[in-house]
Design a protein. Structure first.
Lengths: 320, 404
């Protein structure tokens, strides 16, 4: 800064500030502060209890003591009641010893009726605009041209009333519960992992919503809660578990868990139970007498995107 | 310690001194940044449905800008290497401006990642010991370390050099020169690791090939220095600090070579995709020609290629020995690379989806305002840093003004 050609250091200048600088500075900071308040004002619209201290202090799933888990489950139960008007039977169900789940789907039998995709929505409490909105379903049924398995020419939006159509066949795709799962590798915070029975789960209370897992998944199996889930009280399935179908918070990723709240208690997944053609076979791969074990040993089995090295627990097979 | 607090106090006072033009510029940027902040507040309330992203295209403008800017931040090494490795005097005089820019740009990168999070309130899950950091498995965890590390290295270098200058002391070499050399390697690593974020995904063939990382570096080393060329002229015009033409034309050589390599690698990519014509060509087809009637990126990518080609021809011709033309070339290639490496890289990775579904992406207004706000915040931060750093570099702000 030179004044009248005389060099003067700011060091001297800033010892005392001029009235002009003071006025300019204080006006600017005043305007700035009010601008800041205006910028943050939409946050007042956040729902009560959307971000709570206990949520912020929660530890990672694998480090929770049974007591802490009980308290979290209780909190979630109350939240479901106050926000959605339903008291769920919510619990944290652990994997059973000696069980490794696998799923096989018979491409010869599947007719593409999409009943599995609808059953998935009814079972898993995904967000929906209306009762028959299956955009958040964990199952996407592809209609493919006979003669090849080219996903690129597949159609997910075909009319399910007129199936099966001439020259077409159908391939439902859901989470493949990969043994070498790209999604769990991608997650920067270990919010998703593979359980002892092979199911890949997500802790919705831990996910930061970066969606790197969605980019990593070769099967388009993951869904994101772009907004707070919308679901009417009469459509809520109250049979819920912590790692599977409890109503998700906004801003987290979710996916198929082989209906672990059912399958870990000896029931079949909802999509299998509803299938009218018996195209779906689910079971314990570690049990040598199970049907799934028989199929994997004796049928012509196809693994979708085998070249991506994911080693999935979901198989397709052919009858004839 | 007391001296350091006095130093900070003086910096604080100095921030408020300035012409009306300085005030107008800073107020404008502040307003834009606050508009962005307000849009982000809305996004926090409404969720990421306030953006144009979908389950099919689950990353968009935020990650596109992030990817581009990591490159700009890394490009500071194109000043550091000539200055410290080859000891080019002209570059040594301006190297600090590049390092300060790296700081501002890295902060922008961190902001872009933060606004992309569905649960920014759980940010601490990434910070040990509060969280559970998936290191070394997740490439994203590597990127968090790389970016924050680069920020710290540059903060140390700039802070130390400026504070020494303020105290009228010769900086002690062993306190910063080793850090400078670490920062050189680190700069390469931030952009490599960012490329590996995409390259590591076997399910996305558009990204899953080894040329992405080298191409990232080549495009970064042309876009970053192009921005510096323009910045240098702005500094000597408005910042009251004389920068000669030498560093500017030094950078011209660098961007010419880097842009040539970038275009060459683009050619390699295009050849591999289209000549072999496997299923995997679908994303590239979508980008360059449109797929099943969906073609919203096509005009963008061809403008980007046109801009880069024109810039390259200009840079190779004697025309750009004149500053005016050089600036035109710089703007063209900066925008060209921003398109090509931002939306042109991120969106086609998701189109078609791994199951063959084609869903297009268009950023929402709110999302665009957030992006604009972050760019403004970055410019605000860089302007402020220049505003306080230049008087220190010129020796106008000293601990003991009369001592020399």
């Amino acid at each position: 800064m030179t004044e009248n050609g005389q060099p003067r250091t700011i060091g001297e200048g800033v010892k005392g500030i001029s009235r002009r600088t003071f006025l300019k500075g204080s006006t600017a900071s005043l305007v700035g502060m009010s601008g800041l308040v205006a910028a943050l004002q939409p946050l007042l619209k956040l729902e009560r209890g959307e971000i709570t201290l206990s949520d912020l202090l929660q530890k990672h799933y694998k480090e929770l003591s049974p007591n802490q888990m009980d308290r979290i489950v209780e909190r979630l139960r109350q939240k479901c009641e106050s926000e959605y008007g339903v008291v769920p039977n919510l619990r944290d169900i652990k994997p059973q010893d000696g069980v490794g789940f696998a799923y096989a789907l018979n491409l010869t039998r599947c007719v593409g009726c999409r009943k599995c995709a609808h059953a998935c929505i009814a079972e898993n409490n995904q967000s929906r605009e209306s009762a028959d909105d299956i955009s958040m379903s964990y199952i996407r049924v592809l209609e493919l041209d006979k003669g090849s398995i080219n996903l690129e020419t597949s159609d997910q939006y075909y009319d399910a009333e007129t199936v099966p159509r001439e020259g077409k066949y159908y391939m439902p795709v859901q989470c493949h519960q990969c043994r070498e799962s790209p999604c769990t590798k991608a997650c920067p915070v270990n919010a998703t992992w593979q359980e002892a029975d092979g199911i890949v789960t997500i802790d919705y209370n831990w996910c930061i919503g970066c969606r790197y897992c969605m980019a990593a998944c070769p099967y388009d199996a993951r869904r994101f809660n772009w907004e707070k889930p919308k679901i009417e009280a009469d459509q809520i399935n109250p049979d819920q578990s912590y790692l599977s179908n409890r109503i998700r918070p906004k801003g987290v990723v979710e996916k198929c868990t082989f209906c672990l709240h059912r399958t870990r208690e000896g029931k079949y997944p909802a999509c299998m139970e509803v299938c009218p053609t018996g195209a779906r076979v689910f079971g314990n791969i570690l049990d040598p007498d199970s049907e799934i074990n028989y199929i994997l040993r004796n049928k012509r089995v196809y693994i979708l995107k085998e070249d991506s090295g994911t080693d999935p627990r979901f198989y397709y097979f052919f009858d004839t | 310690m007391r001296d350091y607090i006095t130093f900070l106090g003086r910096i604080w006072l100095l921030s408020w001194r300035g012409s009306w033009a300085y005030y107008a510029w800073m107020v404008l940027l502040t307003v834009l940044a606050l508009v962005g902040l307000r849009s982000w507040s809305w996004q926090i309330v409404d969720g990421l449905s306030a953006t144009g992203m979908t389950d099919q295209v689950s990353w968009g403008a935020y990650i596109a800008n992030f990817t581009f800017l990591v490159g700009v931040a890394a490009a500071a090494v194109m000043l550091v290497i000539p200055a410290y490795v080859y000891k080019v005097k002209a570059m040594k005089d301006v190297v600090l401006f590049g390092e300060l820019m790296a700081i501002a740009v890295i902060v922008m990168c961190l902001l872009f990642v933060t606004v992309d999070l569905g649960r920014p309130d759980r940010f601490h899950h990434m910070i040990p010991p509060f969280g559970k950091f998936n290191w070394p498995i997740s490439m994203l965890s590597w990127d968090v370390i790389a970016l924050n590390g680069y920020l710290l290295l540059n903060l140390h270098i700039c802070g130390y050099l400026l504070y020494s200058r303020y105290n009228n002391r010769q900086p002690t070499k062993r306190f910063y020169v080793p850090v400078v050399f670490i920062a050189i390697v680190w700069a390469i690593s931030i952009h490599t690791v960012t490329a590996f974020l995409y390259v590591g995904l076997a399910g996305r063939p558009f990204w899953n090939h080894p040329i992405v990382a080298p191409r990232f570096l080549a495009s970064a080393f042309s876009a970053g220095p192009a921005l510096l060329i323009i910045t240098f002229q702005a500094i000597r015009r408005f910042g009251g600090y004389w920068i000669g033409d030498e560093p500017i034309f030094f950078l011209r050589k660098i961007i010419t070579v880097a842009l040539m390599i970038n275009m060459f690698l683009l050619g390699c990519e295009v050849f591999t995709e289209f000549y072999s014509g496997t299923y995997h060509v679908a994303s590239a087809e979508y980008l360059f020609f449109g797929l099943h009637g969906h073609d919203s990126l096509v005009p963008w990518i061809w403008s980007a290629i046109a801009m880069n080609s024109i810039a390259l021809v200009m840079l190779l011709s004697p025309l750009t020995r004149k500053l005016g033309w050089l600036n035109v070339a710089c703007v063209l290639l900066f925008v060209g690379i921003w398109i090509e490496k931002g939306m042109g890289l991120i969106v086609p990775g998701f189109v078609p989806t791994p199951l063959g579904d084609v869903v297009e992406y268009l950023p929402s207004v709110n999302e665009t305002l957030i992006c604009m706000g972050i760019w403004a915040a970055g410019a605000l931060m860089y302007s402020w840093m220049l505003h306080v750093a230049i008087p220190i570099m010129k020796g106008e702000l000293r601990a003991n003004p009369g001592s020399d």
